[in-house]
Design a protein around this ligand. Structure first.
Ligand code: GTP
Ligand code: MG
Length: 384
């Protein structure tokens, strides 16, 4: 699979905060997350540049900051610059021009896609990532094209460059069509599995949550499934489903899937729609939260936004406030306060630890209770 960036080595991360666009995320926190993503992509972050601006610029940064960045690239011997937002094709081009050929410019989307490309294991996962990469690429080729068009077209602009861009665009479009067809094939298989599952009347509980919240660890703990759990963003890409028995003696299928993140690129959401259909067809949504994270509240909002987008907000939902083992007596009062505020929300919450197993009995009990009406109606159908 093609990577959207060459080998990443010494990287400088760059972020801009727009004064008028109020985001619940502080730039510092967003950049810390970007550094984690860079680490997941096996880059070494050697510097950070940040700036508050009134409005976006055509080079992403203001003039002075751009000079500062150039200096830092030189002193830190950096080869790569990673921007915390999805760059417009113009910003990308201008920044590349300003920094020179030896510096690679990557944006948040390309970085996320790159991490995904490294993680994809199944055929479907690979196809989805490649589709997202091509969808990302297409407007960027188109951007160059409109730039040429704006120059007036006609004589002088109809050079080999234009032909090349048109050819590239056609190639990318053809590839996108092919990927979509291949994905359809893979998905038909999965639809058959799903149909069988529904026939068996086994309720499905899907684990959703911000990346690194502990979804796979919980699934592991609950099923001994041996799913890969790592302290890395996006360690899971492909949905994994395992059967468990609840205390009430019911069979339940637990599905673990791709984690969410703020500024999740639309190309990714589109490409992963089928994976996320697993969540759409589940009986109960279990929202897993890393309750110890300083941005836990913002992360919950991001996940709830995506839950709304997926049209599953009306499904029965539970929240697992995970990593509760870290909320011991030594935990700072901020963390405890945050945890209690989250627990005080509208959803039913259980404090859990995938690490120690604490709270898992209660979690299973809550799953049973949440599924009860559903199961009761299934029983009626069977009896009737
Ligand atoms: N202390 C503690 N660490 C945990 C707990 N649950 C998970 N972790 C750690 O948190 C990290 C992320 O766990 P994962 O299970 O991979 O998280 P995930 O939500 O599946 O992440 P993605 O697949 O990347 O979306 C790992 O290092 C886990 O060991 C917990 O209850 N307590
Ligand atoms: Mg996972």
């Amino acid at each position: 699979m093609k990577s959207t960036r060459p080998r990443l080595e010494r990287a400088i991360i760059v972020g801009v905060e727009l004064r008028r666009r109020r985001s619940p995320w502080r730039l510092k926190d967003s950049l810390a997350e970007l550094a984690e993503l860079a680490r997941s992509a096996r880059a070494l972050v050697v510097g950070t540049v940040s700036q508050r601006l009134d409005r976006p610029t055509q080079v992403y940064l203001g003039k002075g900051k751009l000079e500062e960045l150039k200096g830092l690239i030189y002193t830190k011997r950096a080869s790569t610059v990673i921007c915390d937002d999805e760059l417009t094709p113009t910003q990308q081009r201008n920044l590349e021009k300003a920094l020179g050929e030896s510096v690679k410019v990557i944006d948040r989307t390309a970085l996320i896609l790159d991490v995904f490309a490294q993680r994809a294991r199944t055929k479907e996962g690979r196809l989805q990532v490649e589709l997202a990469q091509h969808e990302y690429l297409l407007p960027r080729l188109a951007g160059q094209w409109t730039h040429l068009e704006r120059l007036g077209g006609g004589i002088g602009t109809r050079g080999p460059g234009e032909t090349q861009i048109e050819t590239d665009r056609r190639l990318v479009r053809t590839r996108i069509q092919k990927l979509k067809r291949d994905l359809e094939d893979v998905r038909r298989h999965r639809a058959r599995y799903r149909a069988r599952r529904i026939e068996m009347d086994v309720p499905v509980v899907s684990l959703v949550g911000y990346t690194n919240a502990g979804k796979s660890s919980l699934l592991n703990r609950l099923t001994k499934a041996g799913v890969m759990a790592e302290n890395m963003l996006f360690s899971t890409l492909d949905p994994v489903t395992r059967r468990i028995h609840t205390p009430a003696g019911r069979d339940v299928l637990l599905t673990d899937t791709v984690g969410f993140i703020q500024k999740l690129p639309t190309a990714v959401v589109a490409a992963f729609r089928a994976t996320l259909e697993e969540v759409q067809e589940s009986t109960l949504v279990l929202h897993v939260v890393d309750v110890t994270h300083r941005n836990a509240t913002q992360m919950v909002s991001v996940v709830e936004g995506i839950i709304d987008e997926l049209g599953i907000a009306d499904k029965p939902r539970l929240m697992a406030l995970n990593k509760a083992d870290l909320l011991d007596d030594d935990a700072d009062s901020d963390a405890l306060g945050r945890a209690l505020r989250l627990a005080d929300g509208d959803l039913r919450c259980v404090f859990t630890s995938a690490q120690t197993g604490a709270g898992l009995g209660e979690l299973l009990h809550e799953i049973d209770a949440a599924l009860q009406p559903e199961l009761a109606s299934m029983d009626r159908i069977v009896v009737g």
